[in-house]
Write a protein that binds this ligand. Sequence first.
Ligand SMILES: C[S@@+](CC[C@H](N)C(=O)[O-])C[C@H]1O[C@@H](n2cnc3c(N)ncnc32)[C@H](O)[C@@H]1O
Length: 203
Amino acid sequence: MPKTTRSFPNWNLIYRDEKVADMPWYNEKLDYDLEEEIVQRNIKGNDIKILDIGTGPGTQAIRLSELGFNVTGSDLSEYAIEKAKKLSDRVNFIIDDILNSKFKENEFEYIFDRGCFHVLPVEDRNRYVVKVKNILKIDGILFLKCFSEKEEREEGPYRFSPDGIKEIFGNDFKIQSIKETVYQGTLDPLPKALFVVMRKKEN
Ligand SMILES: C[S@@+](CC[C@H](N)C(=O)[O-])C[C@H]1O[C@@H](n2cnc3c(N)ncnc32)[C@H](O)[C@@H]1O
């Protein structure tokens, strides 16, 4: 039986007390599923605004900025943002809780979420969908990486099936693809994950 409720550390304190490079989600390189999409879709340009939600160590946001995009990295942990800011001045690192986000409507062409959505409490998922949709531009795209129901470790974030993703996001987003993949980080073996590409619906 899948766990119905999962608990998580105090995000702010772990970024204060632990080395980011030891965190299970730490990935120096750009997530390769995202990189593949960027190449296939021929996404380029310094006028393209991308938000990395729950940026944590900031590695994904920094790699995206090195590709020339206009990148914002947000996290609710002030310590995560403080540490990330020291690594790059090309990324706009901001403290922001996505569930009460201060970002403006229609602000970003693309949003990347690698591991934030899957740590949110179940009851906050709909709020997340509304917020992300609101800050994406018309036709904006959400790239989502989350743990798959196929991941067998007991501990860790919530897990999702393709049908579960469609149920949560399907009213507000057109799901373009769902790929079975892994979550790159420091765990061995790498956790099984889904990589979802979805376009904001106009309604
Ligand atoms: C599993 S980590 C992933 C970090 C990063 N995306 C990466 O790929 O290395 C999840 C991150 O989401 C952040 N987070 C959790 N809830 C959040 C919320 N409501 N708003 C913004 N960030 C949140 C945590 O502080 C943490 O940095």
